[in-house]
Design a protein around this ligand. Structure first.
Ligand code: FAD
Length: 421
């Protein structure tokens, strides 16, 4: 069997920069840990009609299920962190292990051989908020939250969008006003994923309405259990309620919980948005994408495998999936050598969501009316969840249109969009 280290790092078998552990030893430790705490993943032979037919992209859970899943994820996060695999490349000063980033890739590669709980509740916190805290927070906040977030003790959400500000995030209106050593925050955020079970949130507020819009913003870490924070669930068209409206009424935030400089919030927001695009484009944003095998078997089972138009649509999905995975590899390689994720991340996210649309069109062509009414046939109506949640993925983390603007301007060098008055 080829090991993860042999496959990726046979030219580098020296210990990491701290001299603590070689890549081979680390991989052996990771395998030993996972073997002791998780079941080995069986080779999945997809058989039409067997097992779950769920292909939803967004969580469709009831609140009790949310809490039960979170308890399982939290237990696993603690076990992983306490064994030294919870924040492998994080600085030791904040509870990380201080190893090079590619040790994380080694762990991930080994972990793919084991069945472990879904960690989707932690996706936004660890993928977007924690890197922003590390880059911009005060020492007090880094010490208070980073280790606890990686150990699963704290769940975080991203409080950016408002009813009137999404793509044009810099136009946001939520006000924070300084009062001694504290800031008082009022108004509303919307589409906040996971706010219903979050302990902290990264919020961007307007702190100087007289400055140009990008320059009057400030970022904060807010306690989601503080007086004046109210979370109201929003139901999505698939039936679940995975995001929320969040209202702030005179919520007090200590100045020590400010991220970056006063009125320097745009830089803070960009750190989070870059990481968000990387998380969604690189890993599907925590969504479990249905495999091509599942789609092919559905086409066979419904007797459409000989239809030339269906075959053409399927070929397009498979080719584009392959191209997107190569784009991701290029972007991930950049990140692995410590470079900032750039326009490749916009391209990766756009490729992913464009293929979701192709997949929706393909399964709709195959399933016809059975995608709109449940006849009880396995693996048919279940696709309605996918078709109804795919549009949301084309909006979250930068809409398709906005990402095309980014690519047009930053990759193709086209003239910039005229500013909106
Ligand atoms: C599944 C999901 C999860 C989300 N989770 C979070 C979260 O956790 N936290 C959070 O803060 N937000 C979250 N959001 C909100 C998301 O960031 C916004 O919906 C997104 O930024 C778009 O903003 P908007 O909805 O206000 O649409 P708008 O910005 O009003 O856009 C409306 C339409 O106009 C187009 N458009 C806008 N500007 C331009 C332009 N310059 N050029 C061309 N076309 C343009 C858009 O592409 C879109 O089609 C989530 C959204 C979804 C769908």
């Amino acid at each position: 069997m080829t090991t993860a280290t042999e496959a990726g790092h046979d030219h580098r078998d020296a210990a990491d920069e701290t001299g603590a552990i070689s890549r081979q030893e680390f991989e052996a430790d990771a395998r030993e840990f996972l073997k002791a705490h998780a079941a080995e993943r069986m080779e999945e032979d997809f058989v039409w009609g067997e097992g779950s037919d769920n292909v939803s992209l967004l969580p469709e859970r009831m609140p009790e299920q949310d809490l039960a899943d979170l308890a399982v994820a939290r237990e696993w996060a603690r076990t992983v962190y306490d064994a030294g695999f919870g924040w492998i490349s994080g600085p030791t000063a904040y509870g990380g292990r201080g190893l090079h980033r590619d040790y994380q890739a080694i762990y991930n590669s080994v972990a793919r051989d084991y069945d472990t709980p879904s960690m989707s509740a932690y996706g936004i916190g660890l993928g977007m908020v924690a890197p922003t805290i590390l880059a911009h927070a005060t020492e007090e906040v880094k010490q208070a939250y980073l280790a606890a977030m990686h150990r699963g003790d704290i769940v975080a959400c991203q409080l950016f969008s408002e009813p009137g500000s999404g793509s044009d995030l810099a136009s946001l209106q939520t006000r924070a006003v300084k009062d001694g050593d504290e800031w008082i925050v009022n108004v509303q955020k919307v589409w906040t994923s996971g706010a219903q079970f979050s302990d902290i949130g990264e919020v961007i507020c307007r702190t100087d309405p007289d400055l140009p819009k990008h320059r009057g913003l400030t970022g904060f870490v807010v306690d989601m259990h503080a007086p004046g924070v109210e979370v109201r669930p929003l139901r999505q068209m698939t039936g679940g309620a995975s995001f929320n409206e969040v209202f702030f009424t005179d919520v007090r935030i200590p100045d020590s919980h400010r991220l970056g400089d006063v009125n320097g919030g745009w830089t803070v927001a960009l750190t989070t948005l870059m990481n968000e695009r990387a998380a969604i484009g690189g890993g599907g944003g925590g969504v479990g994408l249905p495999t091509t095998t599942r789609i092919i078997e559905m086409i066979r089972a419904l007797g459409r495998a000989g239809d030339p138009l269906i075959r053409q649509q399927l070929a397009s999905v498979i080719i584009n999936e392959r191209v997107a995975s190569y784009t991701n590899l290029r972007a991930m390689a950049k990140i692995a050598v410590g470079q900032l994720p750039g326009p490749e991340m916009s391209l990766a996210k756009l490729s992913l969501t464009a293929n979701m649309l192709r997949t929706s069109d393909l399964v709709s062509s195959v399933l016809g009316a059975s995608i709109t009414a449940d006849t009880g046939t396995w693996g048919t109506y279940a696709w309605s969840d996918y078709v109804l949640s795919a549009p949301g993925m084309r909006i979250a983390g930068g809409t398709d249109e906005v990402l095309r603007n980014v690519l047009g301007e930053r990759v193709l060098g086209l003239p910039k969009e005229p500013p909106v008055a």
